[in-house]
Design a protein around this ligand. Structure first.
Ligand code: NAD
Length: 485
């Protein structure tokens, strides 16, 4: 399949598995056990240049392949992903650590992107106006952009690449994907299945690696568009470097998502949502709830219920039954999280629940239990930074106005949720919050594939977001025709 006998991953170029021209490899451990799953090559510019060369040559034919014919391959691909759902989910849990159930959910999110992309014939339609003046007509036609570079993070090895390559390819582009070097396995399987669905060689290419491959994409004269998802500093760097090299760039970045809980909320329902949003995927989600803003006297019953539910969470290997909280991605990330817990204590926050006391903390994998800080405020680093781990901060405020002011102070603007039964609270929240993806009485307001993933502020660099109508715009360019006959 996608690896050699020694389990060294290969790049995928022109429909073939090829060795990277590198001496440098990184170990890919299963974060739940520490066992090595594979070695990933840290490919060179030479490897990347080869992939771009192939993608550029293939663009000539793929961009001219009739759109319904392209769409039919996407339909077939969708069916193959459905047929291999559990196998994909298992691989995902092994390399990322999230629970099998969540991995199955992530596969579903990826499949939905393919379903959206299969609508290419409708999505690519242009517009005409027959009479812009007497005997003068005008029309807009949509075309692919060329070779698109995709750079993806470790936390959604299926969903995030699927935000990019299915739609870009359905629109007639060719693609070079650089998956996260921390979760590189699933991408290879996705490519294999796409080939099985009938995708011609050279349309989708994968180059494994790190900075060199990213910089190669950002500087390559034959790559006009870059889709990036990852942490804020890298997103900013990718956006600026890509733009300086004349490319269109969409760079989705980090987050610090607040959930505001009002006194009139259904508390049991709110707690269920918040627990899932804070500790699901070990808090390693760009839409994770990392701050609860407790309004007025809701805080004591809320804290009690959060604590009770956090105690019930089963921690362990995501492939084991009933496990909800898996490991964080690497030992270094566990240490970084521990530093934040110490930092929170030094800053004066109250450590209500300490994930270092959970049994799994001392096991082989990179486990850390659900952690809760109370009495957090906006001057603290644990409030400002994206910790990206199962650490939840509680901030106490007097009213909704104060809750929204606090949320708006954050540098990030990805998601925010409100738990309430009041329509006027919802309206006030919607009108005043400076965040791009809002939830009411739900914990993870991630839009479906047919809507744009709409982060604001430092959670996004660019103007056209991933997915939905923005995705179609990003992966196409227009021609305007004005004609007199
Ligand atoms: P990351 O920034 O470390 O890595 C993302 C990609 O960039 C990887 O492919 C990596 O190889 C590459 N990269 C890393 N450092 C680089 C550098 N200095 N120069 C060039 N390339 C570099 O992100 P991660 O830790 O893999 O992913 C988690 C982050 O992604 C979190 O911040 C999370 O919020 C964010 N994220 C955001 C969204 C969103 O929609 N806004 C979705 C998923 C994840």
């Amino acid at each position: 399949m996608t690896t050699t006998a020694t389990n060294v991953l290969q790049n995928y170029i022109n429909g073939k598995w090829v060795d990277a021209k590198t001496e440098q490899f990184q170990s890919v451990p299963n974060p739940a056990t520490g066992e090595e799953l594979a070695q990933v090559p840290i490919s060179t510019r030479e490897d990347l240049d080869e992939a771009v060369k192939v993608a550029k040559a293939t663009f000539k034919t793929w961009s001219k392949t009739p759109v319904p014919k392209r769409a039919r391959i996407l339909f077939k691909y969708q069916q193959l992903l459905v047929d291999n759902w559990d196998e994909l989910a298992k691989l995902l849990t092994q390399e990322n650590g999230k629970s099998f159930k969540e991995a199955q959910g992530e596969v579903q999110r990826g499949i939905e992107c393919v379903e959206f992309a299969a609508g290419a014939p409708s999505l690519m339609m242009g517009k005409q106006l027959p009479d812009i003046a007497t005997n003068l007509e005008s029309g807009m036609y949509r075309y692919p952009v060329g070779v698109v570079g995709g750079i993806t993070p470790f936390n959604f090895p299926m969903m995030v690449p699927c935000w990019m390559f299915p739609l870009a390819i359905a629109m007639g582009n060719t693609f070079v994907l650089k998956p996260s070097e921390r979760t590189p396995l699933l991408a290879n399987r996705l490519a294999e299945l796409f080939k099985e669905a009938g995708l011609p060689d050279g349309v989708l290419n994968i180059v494994h690696g790190a900075h060199d491959v990213v910089n190669g994409l950002l500087e390559h004269k034959d790559v006009p568009a870059i889709s990036f998802v990852g942490s804020q500093p890298v997103a900013e760097y990718v956006y600026k470097t890509g733009a300086a090299n004349g490319k269109r760039v969409q760079a989705l970045a980090g987050a610090k998502n607040h959930s505001i809980v009002m006194a009139d909320a259904d508390l049991d329902a709110a707690v269920k949502e918040i627990i899932a949003a804070s500790y699901g995927s070990a808090g390693e989600r760009c839409m994770a709830c990392s701050v609860v803003v407790a309004v007025d006297d809701v805080v004591e019953p809320l804290l009690q219920k959060l604590n009770e539910k956090a105690d019930e969470i089963k921690i362990g290997n995501g492939l084991d039954e009933d496990v909800f909280l898996g490991p964080v991605i690497r030992k270094e990330h566990k240490e970084r999280t521990e530093n934040y817990i110490r930092k929170g204590q030094e800053e004066g926050a109250t450590l209500v629940r300490d994930g270092r006391n959970d049994e799994a903390y001392n096991e082989e994998g990179y486990f850390i239990g659900p952690t809760i800080f109370d009495h957090v405020n906006s001057s603290m680093q644990i409030w400002k930074d994206e910790i990206f781990a199962p650490v939840l901060s509680i901030v106490r405020v007097k009213n909704l106005e104060e809750a929204i002011e606090l949320t708006n102070e954050s540098d990030f603007g990805n998601g925010a949720c409100l738990f309430t039964q009041s329509g006027s609270n919802v309206r006030y929240f919607r009108e005043n919050i400076e965040v791009g993806m809002l939830g009411v009485n739900i914990g993870v307001p991630a839009p479906m594939a047919f809507f744009p993933f709409s982060g604001w502020k430092n959670s996004f660099y660019g103007d056209l977001h991933a997915n939905g109508s923005d995705g179609v715009e990003f992966y196409t360019r227009r021609k305007m025709l004005t004609a007199r006959w």
